[in-house]
Design a protein around this ligand. Structure first.
Ligand code: S3P
Length: 439
C-alpha cells in the first residue's frame, strides 16, 4: 500500500463534535510515574501511539510489566527502586524526545551502563542539553559526536543535588532534572524558564516533595528524594496539540464550527489558543473542570470572517511550541505581515520545523523572510493554491505531515504528501477524524 497521501480537493463546510486522542506528554509521564509507584496503576484513554508504546517498552526493559487492552493500560509498579534489569540493556526511544530525555533522569542511579538509542530523527537531536546537567549529579555519559544518540549512561550511587538553570524553555530538560532530583539525597533546585508543567502537577498530586515558586518569567522548583507512593489511576484528557490541527482547519475553512471534547487546557499549553484569539478567532472553553490538578474543557471554535496578522509576543512561544507550523498556515491567510521571533527551538524538533514551516508556505506561493530564529510571513487573505506540491524527506516528522494535510484541505492545489505512517508517532486516528469531517 502506498505510504503517500494525495489530496486534490478542499474540505467543505463542517459542523461537528469530535474527540481527539489522549495527551502525549501526559501519557508518557503517566507511564514513567506508574513505573515507580507501589502497585498497579491503571490509565484510561492512554494515547496509543508509537511514542507511548516506546515508553511502555522502555519500562518493560527495566523490569516493570504492563498490560494494554485497547486504550486501557495497567502498569505493575514495584516502587521507587523497583527497576530490575541485566547488564547491557538497550532502551530504544524510537522517535520520542520526551521519552529519551525524561527517562535519563530516572536512570541517574542505574547500576549498570545502559545504552539509549533512537530513530534517524531522534539521533540528530541534541542530548547534550540533558547529559550536561545529569553529569553534574554524578552520572557518566558517552554520546555520539559529544551530543547525539546513541549514548550510554552510567549511573551513580553517590549522587549530589544540583542547582540547574534551564533557559531554553524546555519541559523535557526541566522534567528530566526533576526526575533525577527525585532520586538524589538533598535538595535539587531548578530555575526554569516557563514551559509545560505536567511533571510538576503529577508530583504535587502524588504528594511528592516538590516546592514551586512561580515568578513572572520563570519558576523556581525545589525537589527532594522521593519515598514510596501509591499506584496512580488516571483518565488521560485529550491532547491540545492534536486538537490544534482541527482548530487550524476550522479557522482556514469557511462557515465551519467545531466542538472538541475533554481537552487538556493547562495554561502552559494553550499558547495556540491565545495566538489564534489575537488573530481574531472566536474560541470558547466550555464545561471547564479540574482533574487531578490539570485543567480540562470542551473547546468551541467558529471560522472567522477574516484573520488579523500578529506580531507574536515571545512569551507565548513556549506554550505554542508544537503548534507553530499550524500558526504559520493561519498567518498565510491573514491580512498583513505576521512576525514570529525567538523561535530557534523549532529547529530542534523532530525535523527542523522553522525551515519546514517556511518551505510549506513558499511552496504554496507565500512570501517569507526568515533568520535562524525568526520568520516574517506575508499573508494573503485570498490565497488559492493551484499548483502541484510534493512534501517529502522531512524526517517523517508527524507534525509536518499533518500540517500539510490541513494546508491541502484549506488552500486547494494538488498535494502529494509522503510518509503517511508518520502520524503513528502521536496521532494514529488523525486521518479517521479528517474523513469524519468530510462526511
Ligand atoms: C514536551 C516538551 C516539548 C515539546 C514536546 C513534548 C514534553 O519539547 O516540543 O513535543 O512532553 O515535555 P521541549 O521540552 O524540548 O521544548
Amino acid at each position: 500500500m502506498s505510504n503517500s497521501l494525495v489530496i486534490k480537493k478542499k474540505i467543505k463546510t463542517f459542523k461537528k463534535v469530535i474527540t481527539v486522542s489522549g495527551d502525549k506528554s501526559i501519557s508518557i509521564r503517566w507511564v514513567l510515574f506508574a513505573s515507580l509507584a507501589n502497585g498497579t496503576s491503571i490509565a484510561k484513554n492512554l494515547l496509543i501511539s508509537e511514542d507511548v508504546l516506546a515508553a511502555l517498552k522502555a519500562i518493560n526493559k527495566l523490569g516493570i510489566k504492563s498490560k494494554l487492552k485497547k486504550n486501557l493500560c495497567k502498569v505493575y509498579g514495584r516502587g521507587v527502586h523497583g527497576f530490575k534489569y541485566k547488564k547491557g540493556i538497550v532502551i530504544d526511544a524510537f522517535n520520542s524526545g520526551t521519552l529519551g530525555r525524561l527517562i535519563l533522569g530516572l536512570l541517574i542511579n542505574s547500576k549498570y551502563k545502559i545504552k539509549l538509542i533512537g530513530d534517524k530523527s531522534l539521533s540528530k537531536r541534541d542530548f547534550k542539553r540533558i547529559s550536561d546537567p545529569l553529569t553534574k549529579f554524578g552520572a557518566k555519559f558517552k554520546l555520539k559526536n559529544k551530543k547525539n544518540l546513541p549514548l550510554t549512561i552510567n549511573g551513580s550511587s553517590n549522587l549530589k543535588p544540583i542547582k540547574y538553570f534551564e533557559n531554553k524553555g524546555s519541559a523535557q530538560c526541566k522534567s528530566s532534572v526533576i526526575f533525577a532530583g527525585m532520586r538524589t539525597e538533598g535538595t535539587t533546585t531548578i530555575i526554569a524558564k516557563k514551559s509545560r508543567n505536567h511533571t510538576e502537577i503529577f508530583c504535587k498530586y502524588l504528594n511528592l516533595p516538590i516546592r514551586i515558586k512561580s515568578h513572572k518569567n520563570y519558576d523556581e522548583i525545589k525537589v527532594q528524594k522521593i519515598k514510596k507512593f501509591k499506584a496512580l489511576n488516571y483518565n488521560i484528557p485529550s491532547d491540545i496539540s492534536s486538537s490544534a490541527f482541527f482548530l487550524a482547519l476550522t479557522v482556514l475553512s469557511s462557515n465551519s464550527e467545531l466542538l472538541i471534547k475533554n481537552v487538556n487546557i493547562n495554561s502552559s499549553r494553550i499558547g495556540v489558543i491565545t495566538i489564534l484569539k489575537q488573530m481574531g478567532v472566536k474560541i470558547q472553553f466550555k464545561n471547564r473542570k479540574i482533574y487531578k490538578g490539570e485543567k480540562i474543557a470542551n473547546i468551541k471554535i467558529i471560522s472567522p470572517k477574516s484573520i488579523k496578522s500578529i506580531n507574536c509576543p515571545s512569551k507565548l512561544n513556549s506554550g505554542a511550541i508544537d503548534e507553530f507550523l499550524l500558526i504559520f498556515l493561519v498567518a498565510a491567510k491573514a491580512k498583513g505581515v505576521s512576525y514570529f521571533k525567538n523561535i530557534g527551538e523549532l529547529n530542534q524538533k523532530e525535523s527542523p520545523r522553522l525551515k519546514w514551516g517556511e518551505k510549506i508556505l513558499n511552496k504554496m506561493g507565500i512570501k517569507t523572510i526568515s533568520t535562524k530564529d525568526s520568520i516574517k510571513i506575508f499573508g494573503n487573505p485570498n490565497l488559492q493554491v493551484k499548483r502541484k506540491i510534493i512534501i517529502k524527506n522531512y524526517l517523517k516528522d508527524h507534525r509536518v505531515f499533518m500540517t500539510s494535510v490541513v494546508a491541502a484541505l484549506s488552500f486547494g492545489g494538488h498535494w502529494n504528501i509522503h510518509d503517511k505512517n508518520s502520524i503513528n508517532t502521536s496521532f494514529p486516528k488523525f486521518l479517521k477524524i479528517i474523513n469524519n469531517l468530510k462526511k
